[in-house]
Design a binder for this molecule. Structure first.
Ligand SMILES: Cc1cc2nc3c(=O)[nH]c(=O)nc-3n(C[C@H](O)[C@H](O)[C@H](O)COP(=O)(O)OP(=O)(O)OC[C@H]3O[C@@H](n4cnc5c(N)ncnc54)[C@H](O)[C@@H]3O)c2cc1C
Ligand code: SF4
Length: 489
């Protein structure tokens, strides 16, 4: 059956038809969108590990689920990169079958509790919801996804997806971020013998070393990783493919296919004077040290600098995570410095809102041009070029243009540079024959994710540059389907 036929068949099940008839569309669209409960802003701006969003109660979820019209052509699904059957899982919530809702999510998503927390739903599924056409707020698909996944986990009745009988074919995955995890889950379901090789001591990629616990608690990621383990996926950490073991070693060990999901963890800098001063670092270093190495703890062997006047350069999710972390670590002034206006910021709207509530200052239309140090080599001041917005550039966002002679200076004792990332170069440079773009990403066939090396597939940030969790997961799913077809053919 084609996907549209499956959607239609599930929609025409008698319980769904009765549910639709039980309430008029007008009554459904008149229900106001639910509001997610949150930790108090002053309290949370000093609490690094407590999650800001508190989730929906069952009553809130039951009411929000009623807002969904169970559309015949669910536009929301076209906005979901992994094709979650959104109306089906929401309608299960409406009838109180929360475990069935969670099961529906897991048909296509290996990490629903993660996606329910960090996916940019406002740009994806929710941006397509029919409610917007009626000038109403979209159904809170992300909140409901999180609710169902959390309910299942807290119920202690986590369903382990069914796996096909073992076929004995060995598959290697390089990297344990969302691309690698989603690929591993789909291959395990198909009966393959999957080993994930991870360079770091922790499994989870950016979900662990990048995104802080106040947005995505590690225990949530671990539960989802444990499900993969129960499905038979093996994890080998502290193993750098390209150094600890080579492409050739993987062949000698009998791996018949490789999925490269090594991410984009190489920080970009602006190459301006003073970037080498003590106290100037990349967000990648800052977040990894705080999140993965506990470097904010006074007992740490390698403590991170705790700034009181911290400037974070950039306007993406990574910048927001860094500045909110700095605030939680005790910064009196934690400032976002961004060269465009707030409208162009790539960060999720919710993160910007939360940051403001926590006392983060936003210095938009400013761009650093130099950092100045004190006699001990520590950063003490930054010089900023004031900007105005010009015509839109290739990204569609209005280009920032310097205002001649308009220079500001502010006192800082820590600067975190968060102006983008580049792909990790090790796999592209140690897999002979891979085609690599001028940006250092692995070139693949976008239908199959197959690279120039027939047995190597790739996906996530190593192919896209810095992107999103759900796009990385979508790549993993696509690659799993393609490699399975190729190996069976
Ligand atoms: C701070 C931060 C916040 C973010 N917030 C969001 C958000 O809110 N929503 C969202 O959708 N996206 C967000 N993103 C982006 C998102 O996290 C990434 O797009 C996504 O994690 C990419 O997944 P991936 O699996 O391709 O790579 P990664 O998650 O980077 O995982 C790659 C893994 O490969 C390992 N590795 C690398 N080289 C090797 C090697 N040679 N051998 C073995 N292992 C290797 C790495 O150690 C890493 O664990 C954020 C990113 C950051 C940095
Ligand atoms: S588009 Fe909105 S109302 Fe329609 S099925 Fe999707 S979530 Fe429900």
């Amino acid at each position: 059956m084609k996907e549209e036929e499956i959607i239609a068949a599930r929609r025409s099940e008698s319980w769904r038809e009765e549910l639709r008839k039980s309430k008029k569309n007008k009554e459904r669209t008149d229900i106001p969108r639910v509001h997610m409960n949150e930790l108090d802003a002053i309290y949370r701006s000093h609490s690094r590990k407590e999650e800001v969003n508190l989730g929906l109660t069952a009553e809130q979820a039951l009411l929000e689920a009623q807002r969904c019209l169970d559309c015949p052509n669910p536009a929301c699904m076209t906005g979901c990169p992994v094709g979650i059957n959104i109306p089906t899982f929401i309608k299960y919530i409406e009838i109180g079958k929360f475990l069935d809702a969670a099961k529906t999510l897991k048909e296509t998503s290996a990490l629903p509790a993660v996606c329910g927390r960090v996916c940019p739903q406002e740009k994806q599924c929710e941006a397509q919801c029919i409610h917007l056409k009626m000038k109403k707020e979209p159904v809170a698909v992300g909140y409901l996804e999180r609710f169902a996944a959390d309910y299942e986990r807290e119920s202690g009745q986590m369903a382990v997806p069914e796996t096909a009988p073992a076929n004995g074919t060995k598959i290697a995955v390089v990297g344990s971020g969302p691309a690698g995890l989603s690929f591993a889950g789909d291959m395990a379901k198909r009966g393959y013998d999957v080993t994930v090789f991870e360079a770091l001591h922790e499994i989870g990629g950016v979900l662990k070393y990048g995104i802080p616990e106040f947005r995505l608690p590690n225990r949530i990621v671990d539960v989802e990783i444990n499900i993969l383990k129960q499905m038979g996926v093996k994890f080998l950490n502290n193993c750098i493919v390209g150094k600890t073991i080579s492409y050739e070693d993987l062949h000698e060990d009998g791996f018949k296919g490789i999925f490269a999901a090594s991410g984009a963890g190489l920080p970009n800098f602006m190459n301006i004077p003073g970037e080498n001063l003590i106290g100037v670092m990349s967000s990648n270093e800052y977040l990894t040290r705080v999140n993965l190495m506990d470097a904010a703890s006074p007992e740490s062997d390698t403590p991170v600098l705790i700034g009181k006047r911290v400037a974070v350069i950039g306007g993406g999710n990574t910048a927001m995570d860094s500045v909110r972390t700095a605030r939680r670590l005790g910064a009196d002034r934690a400032i976002i410095v961004y060269r465009r206006s707030e409208e162009e910021m790539p960060a999720r709207i919710e993160e910007v809102k939360h940051a403001k509530e926590e006392g983060i200052e936003f210095l938009t239309l400013h761009n650093p041009i130099e950092y100045l140090g004190d006699e001990t080599g520590h950063v003490k001041q930054m010089r900023l070029q004031k900007m105005a917005l010009g015509e839109p550039d290739a990204s569609g966002r209005r280009r920032p243009v310097p205002i001649e002679g308009a220079i500001d200076a502010i006192e800082v004792d820590e600067v975190i540079v968060s102006v983008g990332v580049s792909p990790n170069p090790l796999i592209p440079s140690t897999f002979p024959g891979l085609e690599v773009s001028k940006w250092g990403t692995i070139v693949v066939n976008s239908d199959t994710m197959q690279s120039a090396l027939p047995d190597v597939y790739a996906g996530g940030d190593i192919v896209r540059g810095g992107a999103t969790v759900i796009l990385a997961m979508g790549d993993g799913r696509k690659a799993a389907a393609a490699i399975d077809t190729a190996l069976k053919g």
